[in-house]
Design a protein around this ligand. Sequence first.
Ligand SMILES: [Ca+2]
Ligand SMILES: [Ca+2]
Ligand SMILES: [Ca+2]
Length: 352
Amino acid sequence: MKTKPVLSTSILAMLCTAATASALTMDTVTIGDPGNPDHTTGYGGVATTYAIGKYEVTLNQYREFLAAVAVTDTYGLYNPSMGTDLNSRGITQTGSPGSYAYAVIGDGNRPVTYVSWFDAARFSNWLHNGQPSTGSQTAGTTETGAYALNGTISGVGISKGGGAQYWIPSESEWYKAAYYQPAAVGGDTDGYWLYSTGSNETPNSRNGSVSDANSGNFIRSATPAADGVNDGYAVSGSTSYSDSQNYLTDVGAFTQADSYYGTFDQGGNVWEWNDAVISYDYLISSSRGLRGGSWGDTKFYIHSSNRSYNDPTYEDSYVGFRVATVPEPTVSVSLMLVGGLLLARRKRPSAL
Ligand SMILES: [Ca+2]
Ligand SMILES: [Ca+2]
Ligand SMILES: [Ca+2]
């Protein structure tokens, strides 16, 4: 928080009543430079300023979401593999419909996986609606808001509505946050890096790094072996896959390897949904975009030229997401309106 207004108890009470109890604070970064051009790939140009998650959505954050709206879980926000797939677990579900409870297994700062495009849309709606905790998935919690889902669980007919406060990034919003840096402020000559680490050189695979500014969680093999860098899978340092190995790293673990705008792990760790509708594959008639590769992918998939996709219901241990949102000044204005007060309330990260 940059400045902290002095609030009386009564004003605080009013704000709390109006905004409901919000468990989560989503760390975001503002993506400026509106009106930038597309990259040669055809993506990355965004007309307006926006904000995007600094990190992939974490297990801790998704558990809060489940606890708030999934005591019955009408629309499958929980996938049992979240609790059993050792590669990426996870979150446990206990109890029975109407009284489900959720707990994080181990380190909750890793990204959530086994989430579909629709889970990401419902998470966005829930944030849009101020993180209501009614236990159920209804209008006003997960079914309306940024997306008018109203029970929709398949297909590509859903679009972001006007006035959305949180949403699944468009392909260009995701792309710009990952790769853009104006040439005039030290970027590449065409304004776009090939990797989300602000580099055109292939990053190193490491099990997290606080010093290597061009590194990430993906697969790279280069001699010498077993020296902690480029030894295969980043976490295990082995070229052999193991079904009992957790391959995720904490979001932001590569502390120096952020993008120009300050996002982390856009390349690697988990694939991230975007809202592109991609339907050119005869095997998958209706798909949504995925970008950035994962712990189980090689350099080709974290490269800016890689445009991937899958059915929007697809869920596995490689796939997660991050959200986009309005830039801070708009959030602050809406908070002022909620309270009916002129408050010099500025938060970073934005909190509702
Ligand atoms: Ca799901
Ligand atoms: Ca090596
Ligand atoms: Ca990622």
